[in-house]
Design a protein around this ligand. Structure first.
Ligand SMILES: Cc1cc2nc3c(=O)[nH]c(=O)nc-3n(C[C@H](O)[C@H](O)[C@H](O)COP(=O)(O)OP(=O)(O)OC[C@H]3O[C@@H](n4cnc5c(N)ncnc54)[C@H](O)[C@@H]3O)c2cc1C
Length: 229
């Protein structure tokens, strides 16, 4: 049996502080985490006044917790991500109230000239799309630099496809709720791309919890509306 430490250290090296590219300009990056499979098992076993009982028994316990909706032990895992995504994705993301957000403010910062461009647009349409965004940014920048308009007012002309950045701190249970809702085919494809990237990262950090979650919750869900992870 591979120890928790062995699995996690190997996984951590692969995913910590590495930007995982999403869409044309975005990324997710795990900047900090606490807990992991071991913490979930430890907390859950408090109910039975017991300690870890080895691989098979611990995996069975995790599956039992996930299938029965005994979610609080997963709150022992906490992750902080640095995220860069289009505003319209952030708006959907921020609906997930069980987590903490700190976002770059366009009252205080000038927006970066970066915007979402959908994949697969015909060349002419892509050029028009870019032209529109570039012209809007030019006007925005002029309003601030030439006309001394306040940043907080000038931002109102920016499109919702511009990129924003925020830190998201979330516990394992709330993260699973996010992944369940946002990897679903019902969710918009752009936020699904972020949810899949996050699922890949946390599956490396807490491989037991998230592999069981994928197998029995995502793929075993009643709606069957989840993509293969
Ligand atoms: C495909 C899709 C389409 C959507 N379309 C729309 C839309 O058209 N319009 C729109 O407004 N929203 C829409 N949403 C957002 C959706 O309604 C939820 O706000 C969002 O998914 C967050 O889910 P959540 O409440 O489970 O997560 P969180 O806010 O993180 O909450 C986690 C859990 O905590 C509990 N909880 C949190 N707050 C409360 C509370 N106040 N009272 C009781 N329990 C609480 C609930 O059990 C909840 O599941 C959509 C979401 C999806 C996935």
């Amino acid at each position: 049996m591979e120890s928790f430490d062995g699995e996690m250290n190997g996984g951590l090296r692969e995913v910590m502080h590495k930007e995982k590219k999403v869409l044309n300009r975005g990324f997710v990056e795990l900047v900090e985490w606490m807990g992991g499979d071991e913490a979930v098992i430890r907390n859950a076993r408090r109910c039975w006044r017991s300690a870890s009982k080895g691989t098979e028994s611990d995996r069975k316990l995790l599956k039992h917790l996930l299938l029965k909706g005994h979610k609080t032990p997963f709150e022992a895992m906490v992750f902080t991500f640095d995220i860069k995504c289009p505003l319209f994705v952030a708006r959907q993301w921020f609906r997930h109230r069980m987590g903490s957000f700190n976002e770059e403010s366009l009252r205080y910062c000038v927006a970066e000239r970066e915007y979402f461009v959908p994949e697969g647009l015909p060349a002419k349409l892509r050029d028009e799309w870019r032209e529109h965004q570039e012209e809007t940014f030019t006007l925005y920048e002029q309003m601030i630099s030439r006309h001394s308009l306040r940043r907080e007012a000038a931002r109102a002309i920016l499109p919702i496809g511009i990129y924003t950045r925020f830190y998201w701190t979330v516990n394992g249970s709330s993260l699973m709720n996010f992944l369940l809702l946002r990897t679903s085919r019902q969710a918009q494809r752009e936020i699904r791309a972020y949810a899949r990237a996050i699922l890949e990262i946390v599956s490396t950090v807490a491989p037991w919890s998230f592999s069981i979650f994928q197998e029995f919750v995502l793929k075993g869900g009643e709606s069957g509306s989840h993509e293969e992870a």
